[in-house]
Design a protein around this ligand. Structure first.
Ligand code: ASP
Ligand code: MG
Length: 422
């Protein structure tokens, strides 16, 4: 069996859904487990719907729900000729159920409530797609990830129970042996009490990895709007180059530094079972794409560039000029952890400790307050962090022209530079 994953952009309108159907038709002989996201920007819209409910902005809530209904109905009207098909009643029923939340008592646990509501996006998307595919094919079945992806109770960042999930997927497949294609939702799962959970934003890639791991699939293909994994985000960089093949290890490194093509958790289950991961273009499905697999060759690769913006560089010096030693560091780390900022790089000298952070202003102020009692704290905001894998001087020069370098760290394969515009 092969596992495919289609993200929100690949099902953002009726044309896109037809394109997905066309790709699936090219694999008629294969058994496919296909993971699909919510359509377009639906997950963002669902997040606003949850906020509106908690803020008791009922007018906004109704407006947002009706806007999402209209968005999906428009796609359906382009896909289906007959508006009496049962799928219409089904989708309208789901939106009515969502509207009913207006009268429901909101759970004190926001994350729990979030998962119960945001997951509608995936359910609706996959129902529409299955109804469309079933017009032409009788070998397609809808799979409800809320019956076979079993997780713990960490809502919004649920952790998978791998053994139970394996068993549940096995049972599901045994019940549908006559079907070639199962379409299911990414991103969502369920607890033992049948509450819905989610795996974290952009978690659909991870779902594909989970299913592949649990079924010992032959491969996973993530279909994207880019030709494969590129050596930089085209948003920041001209002349990007596609990476044709890279190792799991290199993919993990790139994801760790912030390359956003693949959800970082996706690689590990695939690496554990040595299941290759293809990243291919849904616009040009016959093109090669990128393959990520176990490899014995060195990844002596084209340099890759990963940018992070809005970085804060914070330097911390003990007021009494005591050396930065273990006690200071554990105190500083404790406060960093409380602040909720995310550390990207750190460096220390005899009397100061410097960190480059992802942190918003609110959290930054809180952190500075916490630290200021015992330390002199200085910071710079609005910085850029660039990571270059497989760097050389030319690549460093390329990214640092017209920049002032505030911090630099090099290991054998990786250079990381914190800088600002001059
Ligand atoms: N729909 C979810 C999100 O936008 C999951 C995903 O697309 O991977 O985060
Ligand atoms: Mg997505």
């Amino acid at each position: 069996m092969k596992v495919f994953k289609f993200g929100g952009a690949s099902v953002k309108d009726a044309e896109a859904v037809k394109n997905v159907a066309g790709i699936l038709d090219q694999f008629k002989e294969e058994d496919l487990f296909v993971v699909v996201s919510a359509m377009g920007k639906t997950t963002n819209a669902m997040e606003s719907i949850v906020s509106a409910l908690y803020d008791k902005n009922i007018d906004t809530f109704r407006e947002l729900v009706e806007e999402r209904r209209a968005f999906h109905l428009e796609i359906m009207n382009d896909l289906f000729e007959d508006s009496n098909l049962p799928i219409y009643a089904e989708i309208n029923g789901l939106f009515d159920e969502l509207l009913e939340k207006e009268n429901a008592q909101m759970a004190p646990n926001y994350d729990f409530q979030y998962d119960q509501i945001v997951s509608f996006g995936e359910v609706i998307s996959t129902k529409i797609i299955v109804a469309f595919l079933q017009l032409k094919r009788s070998d397609v079945v809808w799979g409800d990830a809320r019956t076979f992806i079993r997780t713990n109770h960490t809502y919004r960042a649920a952790e998978v129970d791998w053994d139970l999930t394996t068993e549940l997927i096995d049972n599901f497949l045994a019940d549908h042996q006559s079907k070639k294609v199962c379409i299911t939702q990414g991103f969502i799962g369920h607890t033992e009490e049948n509450f819905t959970t989610t795996l974290g934003r952009e978690g659909s890639d991870f779902t594909a990895g989970i299913i592949a791991y649990c079924t010992n699939a032959e491969s996973v293909t993530i279909w994207k709007d880019v030709p494969g994994m590129l050596n930089a985000d085209p948003k920041w960089f001209d002349n990007t180059v596609k990476l044709d093949r890279i190792s799991f290890k290199e993919a993990i490194e790139l994801a760790y530094y912030g390359a956003s093509v693949i959800h970082p958790k996706t690689i590990k289950p695939l690496q554990n079972k040595n299941i290759p991961l293809f990243v291919k273009s849904f616009v040009d499905p016959s093109a090669e794409g990128t393959v990520i697999q176990e490899s014995t060759e060195n990844d002596h690769l084209i340099p890759s560039f990963i940018f992070k913006i809005n970085q804060v560089l914070l330097s911390i010096t003990p007021k009494d000029f005591s050396f930065i030693v273990e006690e200071n560091l554990s105190d500083i780390f404790g406060k960093l952890a409380i602040s909720g900022g995310h550390i990207n790089i750190m460096q220390n000298s005899a009397v100061s400790f410097t960190v480059c952070l992802d942190i918003d202003d609110f959290r930054l102020n809180k952190l500075v307050d916490l630290l200021s009692k015992d330390y002199v704290v200085r910071y710079n905001r609005g910085l850029e962090l660039v990571t270059i894998r497989h760097f050389d001087q030319a690549t460093i020069d390329r990214v640092t022209t017209h920049k002032e370098i505030l911090m630099e760290q090099k290991t054998r394969h990786t250079a990381r530079i914190v800088m600002k515009n001059v």
